[in-house]
Design a protein around this ligand. Structure first.
Ligand code: CU
Length: 375
């Protein structure tokens, strides 16, 4: 055997071995697949903080970048069954978490625990629970959170995936869609511990965030086709179990009722601000568009561990999900954020306004001639 040939073969084996070691070390580094995530502890030993819930479109107080390490974030939801007007003259017995449609947004960081106390006061008429799309196991918590009027329940889940996720009531059978389209849904935002990243992987911060939920209602009608004024929540839910089967919403609105985010209730921003829009729809698919703007950064499905797409004109929100879009406002004015099925926006109510103040930038748009007689 030729001596130099033997050395070459040995070198090849050595190189192959080094390559295997290198590949293995990469796997043990920061490229662990989501399939191989492992966790320790059930949260008992972690510090506990209470998060005060606020009504959407506002978010509770939170840090974009985590300072203190994993914790248990304690929140309380009280179910309120209450009659609300969804459009002038048309009302529904809404089933709500903390009295609003949608329910309040919870904000945590990845690998924090949410510890929810769910209270169903004795004055209510229905059994309720909660299914968190951010949770793992037991029907998202639905199995272990069923409470009758007069009961409360407490459970904890680890938020292992970053992103925005829907939660909703799911008490079983036709009650699931009936409660969801009676308003019983909301969203949670699970931020990466180090905050958000732009399309190049650089840190990006937002100046404000708003939560906007599209809600489809199927208000029961009488035999003349007129929307009924229903006396009790029990009758409402019985009739809605039938009216949903039309698959034809009577109302499609943002944040609970027509005009909830219009006029004096409009969202606000200043030119130069990064605004994070969190949009959800618990039941129907929708498509969100900001007239006069874009999604500079758009996380499809709202999942922050993925690289955001850029430059979207309209972004998709499949039913049962939330999405996140970040936009830097560059021009002042009143913008419309709407469902770009324009019939659902203008005829049914699925739209919001964003009033933006600042100085006009004519490098982006300029009117050359005001409307005047054709010359
Ligand atoms: Cu419910």
């Amino acid at each position: 055997m030729n001596h130099s040939k033997f050395q070459f073969k040995e070198l090849k084996i050595l190189l192959l071995f080094a390559l295997i070691l290198f590949t293995a070390s990469c796997k043990n580094g920061n490229s662990t697949s989501v399939l191989d995530q492992k966790f320790t502890g059930d949260g008992d030993d972690l510090p506990k903080v209470t998060q005060e819930m606020v009504a959407p479109p506002m978010l509770p107080k939170f840090d974009e970048i985590d300072k203190d390490g994993p914790k248990v974030v304690q929140v309380t939801f009280t179910v309120e069954e209450k009659k609300i007007e969804v459009a002038p003259g048309d009302s529904i017995w809404a089933f709500t978490y903390n009295g609003t449609v949608p329910g309040p947004m919870i904000v945590v960081h990845q690998n924090d625990f949410v510890e929810l106390t769910l209270k169903n006061p004795a004055t209510n008429t229905q059994t309720h629970n909660i299914d968190f799309h951010a949770a793992t196991g037991e029907m998202g918590g639905g199995e272990i959170s069923l409470v009758n009027p007069g009961q409360q329940v407490k459970f904890r889940f680890r938020c292992i995936r970053a992103g925005v996720f829907v939660y909703h009531c799911a008490p079983g059978g036709l009650m699931v869609p009936a409660h969801v389209v009676s308003g019983m849904n909301g969203a949670i935002m699970v931020l990466p511990r180090e905050g958000l990243k732009d399309e190049n992987g650089n840190a990006v911060k937002f100046d404000k965030a708003y939560y906007i939920a599209e809600q489809d209602y199927y208000l029961p009608k009488d035999k003349d086709g007129k929307i009924e004024n229903i006396a009790t929540p029990q009758q409402s839910i019985r009739e809605i179990e039938e009216s949903i089967k039309t698959l034809m919403p009577t109302n499609i609105v943002f944040n609970g009722h027509e005009g909830a985010l219009l006029g004096k209730n409009a969202l606000t921003a200043n030119v130069g601000e990064n605004v994070l829009f969190i949009t959800s729809s618990a039941n129907r698919d929708t498509r969100i568009h900001l007239i006069g703007g874009h999604a500079d950064l758009y996380w499809p499905g709202g999942k922050f561990a993925n690289k955001p797409d850029i430059d979207y004109e309209t972004w998709s929100v499949p039913g049962g999900s939330a999405a996140a879009a970040l936009y830097k406002f560059r021009e002042p004015g009143t913008y419309l954020l709407l469902n770009h099925n324009l019939i659902e926006a203008f005829a049914f109510g699925a739209m919001a306004q964003v009033k933006v103040t600042g100085t006009w930038d004519s490098t982006l748009m300029k009117q050359i001639q005001k409307p005047s007689a054709i010359q």
